[in-house]
Design a binder for this molecule. Structure first.
Ligand SMILES: *Cc1c(COP(=O)(O)O)cnc(C)c1O
Length: 387
């Protein structure tokens, strides 16, 4: 097959399709932010927090400067610090691990369920029998969540495990018809530009259930502030301002369209990839509605890098989320773990993600699918590569 012309390429992500929809309205607001010097906090940040509470079904949301900042503050709210053992899945974005290390706690890596790709509930229980960790981070990964969410929450209550829920990839995800972070003791969100509700810069939020926790989260994000130059905690500077909040409010006003666009593309891939021999597309378990954030595909005949290369050669932008599990990253090589972690490792060796973003066109999905179909008789391809 001739190499695709550059103009023919289907991008993995094209943020400009969303930006162009909000750009005009945002420019007006950004000028107003300049005029009123609305740089940190302010009415737009408050409005965005109220919008978050409505969308996420949570009593209190506190905006901050990043999803990682939210994780760090969330861990502190739960009393996690030096000496605390914290279980987390071996398959997640690195920030989940990073946050545990940055508060001085000790990570314990747990394997995933090979079908839903979330932390395995059974492994989690066995890991707790062995390690007796005091805290855990459940990550709602890839745009859905474990069907065992209620079981995770129940067991954590019963065994006094402080549970933080990393919802960075889960804006718009619902379980049994309810937003996934509703019912989380402490939840976190990221508004990094490529997330489902993506900002114009880094951004995040912490969700909590009581006014006391909200006040503490706000203080921790703002140098532990108790009053004018009086500090109740050693906290952080992790705050949002009007420029980011106004952009996010306009993006969030498009939530229904964003979810519809992403979900229908994800649905298209899932339906049709299932018809291709040797390929598997992953999605939410029964009872969970995804947000179309990512579409992981594996092949039983080609590894991830070879699939990635084949798709790229046919002009299809793609990604490998994630090419390596946490325990394969150098700083985590000697991290505590439970069991062999084989499912997370095997998934990472094989995964590839096709283009998926707000505004992706049907013909682009079809071309990505066609390219996937083209690499399905993979034996030939594998031979050529090796020879
Ligand atoms: C993006 C992401 C984060 C980190 O968010 P930032 O805003 O980039 O700091 C944390 N956890 C998960 C699962 C993520 O996908």
């Amino acid at each position: 097959m001739p190499a695709a012309k550059r103009s023919d390429r289907v991008p993995f992500v094209d943020l400009s399709r969303l930006v162009s929809e909000v750009s005009e309205a945002v420019q007006i607001e950004w000028r107003e932010c300049l005029t009123s010097c609305e740089f940190l906090g302010g009415p737009r940040v408050s409005s965005f927090e109220r919008a978050l509470e409505a969308d996420l079904g949570v009593p209190h949301a506190v905006a901050c400067a990043s999803g990682t900042g939210a994780l760090i503050v969330g861990l502190q709210l739960l009393g996690v610090g030096p000496g605390t053992k914290v279980a987390l899945p071996n398959l997640t974005f690195w920030a989940t691990y990073e946050a545990v290390v940055q508060v001085g706690a000790t990570p314990i890596l747990v394997d995933i369920d090979p079908d839903d790709l979330q932390m395995s509930f059974d492994e989690f229980l066995r890991a707790h029998d062995q390690w007796r960790f005091e805290a855990a981070i459940l990550v709602h990964l890839f745009g859905w969540s474990s069907a065992r969410l209620a079981d995770f929450r129940r067991v954590c209550r019963e065994r006094s495990i402080q549970l933080l829920e990393d919802g960075a990839q889960a804006y718009g995800v619902a379980i049994d018809g309810e937003p996934v972070l509703k019912g989380a003791t402490v939840g976190t969100m990221s508004f990094s530009p490529a997330k489902v509700i993506g900002g114009a810069m880094d951004g995040g939020a912490i969700t909590v259930t009581t006014p006391e926790a909200e006040a503490r989260a706000r203080a921790l994000c703002n140098h532990g502030r108790a009053g004018h130059y009086s500090h109740a905690y050693a906290g952080w500077s992790s705050r949002m301002g009007g420029v980011q909040a106004s952009y996010l409010l306009h993006v969030r006003a498009m939530l229904d369209e964003i979810l519809e666009s992403r979900r229908s593309a994800a649905r298209f891939y899932r339906e049709h990839v299932a018809e291709l021999r040797g390929l598997r597309a992953y999605g939410p378990p029964r009872g969970v509605e995804d947000n179309g954030y990512l579409l992981p595909i594996t092949s039983d005949r080609l590894d991830g890098p070879a699939l990635f290369e084949a798709l790229t050669e046919s002009g299809i932008g793609c990604a490998r989320t994630y090419p390596a599990p946490i325990d394969a990253q150098p700083p985590a090589r000697h991290a505590n773990r439970f069991g062999s972690l084989e499912h997370s490792r095997r998934f990472c060796e094989r995964v590839v993600n096709p283009p998926l973003f707000y505004g992706i066109r049907q013909d682009e999905c079809e071309r990505a699918l066609e390219a996937l179909g083209g690499v399905t008789p993979l034996r030939e391809f594998a031979k050529v590569k090796k020879g």
